[in-house]
Design a protein. Structure first.
Length: 256
């Protein structure tokens, strides 16, 4: 029968294998790239796609929790930081404690700054009527903020952004189309698109808009599509393609 020491050591090892945050605290030099906190492995794709990106700043719109199902936590642990935005203001304290380099802003963003009905049904929050019908909950009337005005105020006249991520429950396309990508010009854009099959992505307004702006779809999971600026990324494509093929739910979309 194993000794108590061996059992405790085995239990601790299992805990470390499941908890990147604990592992980082105990072993600061640990490789975190094997972990994924995203719902469908998006953070692993971003980890590799952005490995050589010089602009280690993200804009995370619809950031939710700083750790749980976070798409940007791995990048944060790699030295990235940025602007994180969510309509749920109670998340500010969690970001202050767990990700102090980030700037959290509590804001409900839309394209035009209209008044909206905002529903929070136990963690699933949205200002979209269709989404609210699926996830009903306490609703309040809020004044939203125009997304382009908000970003210009927070980022200044010439921001250098490595990643723009948008996940705002059915308002993703509206926000993306309202952001001036010539002004911001992120290296990578990840936007939630509610399509299940690869051939459906090409029919979305978000996809057409990003293609017209010089972006190409790099990877798709069942929830998100990840785009990169084609001219800057093209040289890395061959080196990283094997990594993307191992990502859960990955499918190639755009021909390069």
């Amino acid at each position: 029968m194993p000794s108590l020491y061996r059992r405790v050591r085995a239990a601790l090892r299992r805990r470390l294998d499941r908890s990147p945050l604990l592992l980082q605290r105990l072993r600061p030099d640990s490789d975190l790239s094997k972990f994924s906190l995203s719902e469908l492995g998006e953070d692993k794709i971003l980890w590799d796609a952005l490995s050589n990106c010089p602009d280690k700043t993200y804009v995370d719109v619809g950031c939710f929790d700083p750790f749980e199902i976070s798409d940007t936590w791995l990048l944060y642990r790699r030295g990235w930081s940025g602007l994180v935005v969510d309509a749920q203001g109670h998340l500010e304290e969690a970001y202050r404690r767990r990700r102090p380099r980030d700037r959290f802003r509590a804001a409900l963003l839309t394209a035009d700054g209209r008044n909206v009905q905002f529903t929070n049904s136990g963690g699933v929050a949205s200002a979209d009527e269709q989404w609210q019908s699926i996830f009903p909950g306490p609703t309040s009337s809020l004044a939203s903020v125009p997304v382009q005005d908000f970003l210009e105020r927070e980022l200044g006249p010439a921001p250098s952004i490595g990643l723009l991520k948008i996940d705002v429950e059915n308002l993703d396309e509206e926000l993306l189309l309202a952001i001036n990508l010539t002004w911001m010009r992120p290296f990578c854009v990840m936007v939630e698109q509610h399509v299940l099959w690869t051939d459906q992505v090409s029919f979305t307004r978000a996809h057409a808009h990003l293609q017209a702006q010089g972006y190409r779809a790099l990877a798709q999971t069942r929830r998100n599509v990840i785009y990169v600026e084609a001219d800057r990324f093209r040289g890395q494509r061959g080196e990283l393609e094997a990594v993307y093929r191992t990502a859960r739910g990955w499918e190639q979309i755009d021909a390069w």
